[in-house]
Every structure is written in C-alpha cells, then in structure tokens.
Write a protein that binds this ligand. Structure first.
Ligand SMILES: NC(=O)c1ccc[n+]([C@@H]2O[C@H](COP(=O)([O-])OP(=O)(O)OC[C@H]3O[C@@H](n4cnc5c(N)ncnc54)[C@H](OP(=O)(O)O)[C@@H]3O)[C@@H](O)[C@H]2O)c1
Length: 276
C-alpha cells in the first residue's frame, strides 16, 4: 500500500465535500435547514428553496454565515416554480452535484375523516414532485457528474415508509405510503441514472425535532423515546453525518439504498420497558 492509498483513506479527504454544489428543497426549516448548514460548513455552495418567501429570507440570513448560499421561494409541486428553480440553480451554481429532495408534507386523520385532497396533497409533495424535479434536474446533475465522482441524489424518506407508525395515535395513511413509494422510486432512479454517473439513495430518518414533529414531540415525546431502542430522538449532526457520507467519495459506490437513521426504531417492535 503506497502513500497515495494512505491519503485516500484519511477521513478529511475521504469525506470531503469541498467545491461541490447542492440544491436542498425545503431548506428553510427543520432537517433541510440542518442539512444545508452541514453542507455549507464543509465547503459546498448551496441553493435552498421553500414556498414561503419570509422563511427563505430568514433561513438565508442564518445560513449565509457559513458559506455561499442562495434562497428562492418556490413550490416543488408547481411545474413553473420547478422550472424557475432549476434555472436559478444553473445561474447561481453552474451545475449541480448534490440534489436533496427534502420538502415534505404530512396529514393525520381518522380513516372516516381522511380527505381525498389531503391524501393527494401529501402524495404530490412527497412523491410526484420528487419525480418531476429529479427528472428535470438530470441535465444539471449530468453536467457535474463523472464516473470517478458521480453526482448524488439524496431523497429524504422516512422510517414510516418502512414500518407503520404507532406513536402519533392518528393514522397518516398518505405519509407512510408516499415515503414507501419514495423509497422504491429511489431504487428505480438508481438503476436508470447509473449510466449517467448519478447515484440515488434515500435516508429514512426517525424522529428529529422540526416544525413537522412539534405536535408529536409536545404530546408523545416519552412514547417516541420508549419506541426507540436507543431511547432518544435524533441529533442534527446525525443527519449531517449520513448526508456527508452519501455525498462524498466515501459514498460514491453506495447506490439505490434506503438508510434508516432512526436509532433502530423501524426494526423494533414497540415498547421494551425491560431494556431500560
Ligand atoms: N423531522 C422528522 O422527525 C422527520 C422524520 C422522518 C422524515 N422527515 C422528512 O424530512 C423532511 C423535512 O421535514 P421536517 O421534519 O424538517 O419538516 P419541516 O420543518 O416542516 O420542513 C419542511 C420544509 O419543506 C418545505 N415545503 C413544504 N412543502 C413544500 C413545497 N410544496 N414546496 C417547497 N417546499 C416545501 C417547508 O417550507 P415552506 O412551508 O416555506 O414551503 C419546510 O422548509 C420531510 O420530507 C419529512 O417527511 C422528517
């Protein structure tokens, strides 16, 4: 083993993101904001997008401290907004080496009260918009891709796409289905896009603090912790860690996977008080 191999194995080089470019949808709050910050702290130039202009402005003010960042108010379920967003990305970043499909919505209601339009909204945001934005972003991703260093698509799925969630008490039929479908879309895209030197993976987070989880944390934090073999929720750096792996040289051969980051919740069977 020569000096070159040794250098290749050093984490600073193996996990380096320096010089890359990224688009993070839903980057104005929660997990998207965390991942955008993580990328910026590691030398990535980042565009974030979400629907609300004020939220974009506030996030941009926070993120600009950490590196070169731009924000655009755009709804990923709207085709004109998607086109505007990709044009903005091309203007600001030139190409795109990392696409993080993170924007997401949820809807919880009893079966008899679960509305069709609520179901459609969740599927549109969490699944259909990811398909459309990814399809249209392929030329930009291809522009930045090489066989040595593929461009990366990272879809934010959920542990709820792996198991049927219980702690929320209110069923989330559309959410779980959309995330399970997103996990499989990830595999389809991975096979389709490999020839263009683009890898596609999904992260399936467990519970992390965000606007989406405010309500459940307030009411069921103890149940959430009991339900997790590690008896805790996720920490922001644990999302940054998995994104860094997937987007760096270390993750270049990982393709078509769904990686749970949930403390083991999705493979456990509910409360185990005897393990405490
Ligand atoms: N937090 C968790 O515990 C957890 C667990 C598993 C999976 N996830 C997934 O992680 C992702 C982020 O969720 P979060 O928990 O961070 O929730 P969040 O704080 O509510 O963030 C959602 C983000 O998506 C944006 N957004 C929603 N609809 C959009 C649309 N149509 N177009 C563009 N942007 C849109 C929101 O901004 P605007 O309102 O301005 O549009 C916001 O920036 C979601 O896909 C969620 O399913 C979260």
């Amino acid at each position: 083993m020569g000096q070159q191999d040794n250098n290749n194995y050093v984490t600073n080089s193996l996990f380096s993101l320096e010089g890359k470019t990224a688009l993070v949808t839903g980057g104005s709050s929660g997990l998207g904001l965390i991942m955008a910050k993580g990328l910026l702290c590691n030398g990535v130039r980042v565009v974030i997008a979400s629907r609300n202009q004020e939220k974009c402005d506030m996030a941009l003010a926070e993120l600009s401290e950490f590196g070169e960042c731009w924000a655009l108010a755009a709804d990923v379920t709207d085709s004109e907004d998607r086109a505007r967003l990709l044009q903005f990305v091309e203007e600001k970043l030139g190409g795109l080496s990392i696409l993080i499909n993170n924007a997401g919505a949820n809807w919880g209601a009893k079966l008899e009260e679960y509305p069709d339009d609520g179901f459609a909204k969740v599927i549109n945001t969490n699944l259909t918009a990811v398909f459309s934005l990814t399809r249209d972003a392929v030329p930009l991703l291809s522009k930045s891709a090489t066989a040595e260093d593929p461009s990366r698509i990272i879809n934010i799925g959920s542990m709820d796409g792996i198991h049927v969630p219980i702690v929320q008490r209110v069923p989330t039929f559309a959410y779980s289905s959309s995330k399970a479908a997103l996990h499989h879309l990830t595999r389809s895209f991975a096979v389709e896009l490999a020839a263009r030197h683009i890898t596609v993976n999904a992260i399936a987070p467990g519970f992390f603090e965000s606007k989406m989880t405010d309500y459940v944390f307030e009411h069921y934090k103890k149940d959430i912790e009991d339900d997790c073999p590690l008896h805790r929720v996720g920490k922001p750096e644990e999302m940054v860690g998995i994104v860094t792996y997937l987007a760096s040289r270390a993750g270049a051969y990982t393709n078509g996977t769904v990686i749970p980051v949930d403390g083991g919740t999705s493979i456990s069977k509910g409360k185990r008080p005897w393990t405490k």
